[in-house]
Design a protein. Structure first.
Length: 119
């Protein structure tokens, strides 16, 4: 009898919805000069679930590739190019350059790393 009464009371209490923490929107401005990132950092650290925007500006045409997320972008000289992704996989992922100058996509130089930490 008491058990039935407790269950009845529990059914009367509205469910409380606690919203999940919102993912952080993180933006990074990156400049490539002479095929190198002009920055004091060689690693960008974010958390799993973050929305990441990398705004690239390069002094020459080429391609960059974010390994692990399989995203490739073509850079146009002196024009902002946006790489946007949701950090859904934890780990350390290199961003490499391809196709700069006479390389024609064969040289893969690591520009920097993205480290995605578990939530």
């Amino acid at each position: 009898m008491i058990r039935s009464f407790v269950i009845f009371l529990l059914l009367l209490i509205p469910a409380v919805h606690v919203p999940a923490a919102h993912a952080a929107d993180k933006q990074f401005m990156l400049q490539l000069q002479n095929r190198k990132v002009v920055s004091s950092k060689s690693t960008i650290r974010v958390s799993k679930g973050d929305r990441i925007t990398l705004v690239w500006r390069s002094d020459e045409k080429g391609e960059i590739h974010l390994h692990g997320y399989d995203i490739t972008l073509t850079l146009t000289p002196n024009t902002p190019t946006i790489l946007h992704f949701d950090a859904t996989v934890s780990g350390r992922f290199p961003i490499t350059s391809h196709g700069f100058g006479d390389d024609h996509g064969h040289a893969h130089n690591t520009l920097l790393y993205i480290e995605v930490y578990p939530d």
